[in-house]
Structure formats: structure tokens, C-alpha cells
Ligand binder design. Sequence first.
Ligand SMILES: *Cc1c(COP(=O)(O)O)cnc(C)c1O
Length: 497
Amino acid sequence: MSTVFDFNGAPGSGWSQPEPIREDPGKNIPDSMRRNALPRWPRASEPELVRHYTLLSQRNFGIDTGFYPLGSCTMKHNPRINERIVQMPGIDRIHPLQPDSQVQGLLAIYYEMQDMLSICAGMDSVTLQPVAGAQGEFTAIRCIQEYHNSNGENNRNKVIVPDSAHGTNPASAAMCGYEIVEIPSGSDGRIDLQALRAAVDGDTAAMMITNPSTLGVFEPEIAEAARIVHEAGGQMYYDGANFNAILGKTDPGRMGFDAVHYNLHKTFSQPHGGGGPGSGPIGVKSHLAKYLPSPIAARRARTEDDPRGVGDGFWYFWEDPESSIGKVQQWNGNAGAVVRAWAFYRRYGRDLERMSEHAVLNANYLRHRIMRGHGDSAIPTMPKDGAPSEVVKHEFTLDMTPIKDATGVTAKDVAKRLLDYGYMAPTLYFPQIVPECLMLEPTETESKDVLDKFADDFLSILSEDPEILKNAPHTTPVRRVDEVLAARQLILRHPCE
Ligand SMILES: *Cc1c(COP(=O)(O)O)cnc(C)c1O
């Protein structure tokens, strides 16, 4: 049986292709396994296709369509010059298998990026291989595990995580086989040193923590926490997702950390979420360097035997194939994300701290606009007394309990109503230690006008008829999910399957 489908000129199609090869491509497939009908391929002309995808893109919300104050996610503007740079032929027309001699430009960028990331975090070595913050966490915890094992301390089986931590922290440690010990935060949202002292012992492998915390609160006692963990023989891991608050001001090396991850897609403006792939490099202090995954870009120095500097180039090498934990990602990680982040970093240079200053200023400004507008401490924020005089870092939480008590309107209702006004909802019910939590992070790339308009809209939502909020959103292509129905009749299969 030889059936060759002829698609050319099928009704409604807007394409044509060369004559198909006149040979039955399914020659060896038994009859019982052959299709007897064509799959339901969509047929559309080019203008119809363009309209379809344009319509879909308009239904999507992104940083290019509106203000995106999603706390902890650092949804900053993605400068277009980064796209120009990443599309240069020396970068986007190369293949990972090309010899190093042909990709010196990319290697130089990798080398510089490793160097710049080491400097800004106070670390000694960096690998650009992990492609997400979570994968960076896993990679670094594996390095820490190898370090303990090589010291004959494989009894260390516990990782300490504060209750305000991002869920990826305990998940990454658990993937490495660790038991998670959760410690509570103090009533001001800060680390509870008593609880930490009680939790550490000879089985402690590491503590994972972000500073400032997911409450936007800087931990002034972080060095003391590091001393407690180190004294017990544990390692300190810094979740770098909140780097936007501190760059150029302080660094995790100074705070006593041994390993960090960076989210290039947060701090360094690589598009993320639906907008593009992530990158989660890690940096470590020298005692952990030999466990890093490879390859790592290195620079060959000019030598006496090579006076003309022929060998003065860049190339990859395996840091230490004997002790490396091995690869965690194919090729060299997300090279495009690394190049965009490098372009961003290079343009700031030494001024990087201004980025953090403006991120912190914007967060505090927005917090005050919302709190003042609603009668100072009517909406508590962390630190818990909600005093507007307290300064937060790059993000802040709002506890909507008083609103809920007064009107029945929940944090979620407010979040949904914000969609009608053209905003992305803030982070909702996270961190879990804040009841009725909304978490907002405006980032440095928003203007005062945008923040003022958002604060006005936020406050006017709070004075709307609660019924409007409970049924929001009203204008989005997809309305609120009927959670009761979803819980009762859980359908997990796509209707097309
Ligand atoms: C985003 C985030 C992570 C995880 O990073 P991904 O790149 O999303 O995997 C970890 N911790 C915190 C605090 C974060 O905000």
C-alpha cells in the first residue's frame, strides 16, 4: 500500500511546498498501526495566521503592556538594545560545537560575566550553566554536599530554611536528599536567632536564606546567623532572587555566605515569565570552586614562550573533572540570556548601585502612597507594626486583613480587580507568614507617574462596591475560575486529548 498525501493546493491553505518524495514514508509500519485519516491540521492563510497570533498576543499580559508589580519576580523593563546585541551574527549565528578559536567573542563575554558576577556577590568563582534560580539552588547545594562528603562528613543531612523562604529553597535541598528544618521568623518578620541556634547541630549541611527576605526586610543580624551556622560546620547559601535591593551596596560574601545564585532574568533584565528563558548562574567561595559544573570560561595569559600573545585568547576548560559535580545543563546554559544580562550589566558598570537605590526608592514611595492614602497603618505591612516610618527594601507586603474584616473583600478580590484596571496582579498569599498577603515590587524601571497612577487606582478599588470586587475581573478574556466547581469536578485532561 503506498499512500502519499498531496497537501499542495488543499482548500484554504496559504502555502505550497516542493513535490513530496514519491516514496511511501511509512513502508515499514504495519497496517494496523497506520492512520486511516489525516490528523486535524489547521488550515489558514498567512493573514489569518498573523491575525490569530496577534490576537493571542493581545490577550497576553506582559511588562510591555502594563505595570507588573509581581513581588519577588523583579519584572523590570527589558531594554531593547539587549536584543540588538544578542542578535549580532558573532553571537546568534554560532554553534556550541564550533571550536573555541571561532567563538572568541562569546567566550570573552562569558569570561567577563563570570568575573562581574563574582565581584558583585563577593564570591570567587562563577558558573553560568544553570538555567533557572531553582536549578542554581540545586547545583550549589550539590556542590556543598560534595564538599561535606569529601571532608568525610556525609552524616550532615539537614538544611535549614526560614518559614519566609521561597518554595524552591526546600524543594532544591530535598532533591539533593536533604531533610528540611524550617525555622520561624520573629514577629517583625526577621530571622529568629534563638530558633536558629536551637536548629543547628552536627548534622547541619547548610542554611538557605535570602536577604532582604521575601518580606522586603533586610536582616541586620545576617553575619551573626552565618557565624552560628559556620560554627556548627554548616555552609551558608544565599538565594539571590532579591539582589535588586542591594547591588553595589553590600554583597553576600561580606554577609558570610559561601554560595549564591543569581537570577539573570530578574536582576539583570533578561525577559522572563512568558517572555523568555531564564538563567540562574551560581557563585561560590574558593573552597567550593572545584565542585562547580563545567565548562567555565577562562583566559589564557600571555607567557614568556608566547611573546606575541598568540595564546592570549579565551577558551573553555574543565575546572576540575575529578571533583566537579558534572554538568547540570546541555552546552553552556542559556547563552542568549547571559549575553543580554552582560549587555545590561556593562551599561551600568560601576553605577549598578543606582539601579538598586531606585528600586528601593520606588518600593518605599509606592508603599507610603498606599499606606498614607488609606490612613497610615490601616493596612499593616512588615515590619509588623506597619509603621510608615519603617523602610523596606525593593518590595513590600500588605496585610489586607483589616479590609477583609471591614468589608469582606479579600486580597484576592483586590488582585483580580487590578486586572480590570490594566495591571498585573501583585504576588498573592506569599509569603505565607503574612495573612491576606499582597506583595508588590515596582522595580526601578517605573516612573513616578506610573506609581502615582497605580496608587490612586489601588485606593479607589478599596472604596468600590465590594460586589464589584468579588466578581472581578470583568474585562479580561478569561474570567475568575469557579473554584468550588473546579474542586468538585476536577478535570485534568485537555479537551483535545
Ligand atoms: C524567583 C525566585 C526563586 C527561583 O528562581 P527561578 O528562576 O524562578 O527558578 C527563588 N527564590 C526567590 C526568593 C525567588 O523570588
